[in-house]
Ligand binder design. Structure first.
Ligand SMILES: Nc1ncnc2c1ncn2[C@@H]1O[C@H](COP(=O)(O)OP(=O)(O)OP(=O)(O)O)[C@@H](O)[C@H]1O
Length: 216
């Protein structure tokens, strides 16, 4: 028997962006962007404000179609958007239902997918004591962690997270980063847009955007 372990095959590619160009409002917002993201990995889209991160997140999440090039999730065009059990989104503006409780917001995609809500998600994101509070009666940072919990609890193939640490203090940044790591360890492909350098610590791959182009 060989003393050498068999090589581990690379995880499958779940997000494929090829030569993506996107024009909006008469300007080129994304210019010939290509990237691959694998199952179980954290891919960070890093760049300054206005570099095109949110637009790329939206196009991967199937919110609109690119004006040129290809965006595929699990081998099919990203738009129309798949169900959240395939691809979930943490939008920058959160899009919680304010009248519903934290727990109801988190549970919503799981209910649609017929999946159990993993109980640990509330404690992991510092939401355990807030479960029954109306989302509108929580702080902005708490609302952002609720929207992150909503995106991760459904255990999607791909989670697209736009600035998940944007409203968090240091202790909660650590919670958020741990949650991203746990999601990737469970097989989710985590695509994170950020200008927070602290997020780079958990990245498997960093894609730097500048003026809509990949620069590294
Ligand atoms: N619909 C649109 N019409 C015109 N310009 C747009 C449109 N959408 C985005 N842009 C421009 O494209 C650029 C990239 O925007 P985008 O929101 O993707 O950047 P971002 O990197 O996510 O920024 P931030 O970190 O501030 O959220 C910006 O200069 C923005 O003004």
């Amino acid at each position: 028997m060989s003393r050498h372990a068999a090589p581990v095959p690379p995880a499958p590619t779940v997000v494929r962006v090829e030569h993506l160009t996107h024009r909006a409002g008469g300007t080129t917002v994304l210019d010939d962007v290509s990237l691959l993201a694998r199952a179980g990995s954290i891919v960070v889209l890093a760049g300054r404000s206005g570099s095109g991160k949110s637009t790329l997140c939206h196009l991967v999440a199937g919110v609109g179609r690119p004006t040129g090039g290809t965006v595929e999730v699990l081998g099919v065009p990203a738009s129309p958007a798949p169900p959240w059990s395939t691809l979930s989104l943490l939008p920058q503006r959160l899009a919680l239902v304010p009248e519903l409780s934290v727990e109801e917001n988190v549970a919503w995609p799981c209910r649609l997918a017929g999946r159990e809500v993993p109980e640990e998600v509330f404690a992991a994101l510092g939401l355990a004591t807030l479960r029954r509070h109306a989302a509108r009666a929580t702080s902005l940072g708490e609302q952002q962690r609720t929207a992150l919990a909503r995106a991760l609890a459904v255990r999607p193939a791909v989670a697209v997270l736009d600035e998940p640490t944007g409203h968090q203090d240091d202790a909660n940044v650590d919670r958020v980063l741990a949650a991203l790591g746990a999601a990737a360890a469970g097989g989710t492909c985590v695509l994170v847009a950020t200008h927070d350098e602290r997020v780079l610590a958990v990245a498997d791959v960093v894609v730097r955007l500048e003026g809509g182009r990949v620069v590294g």
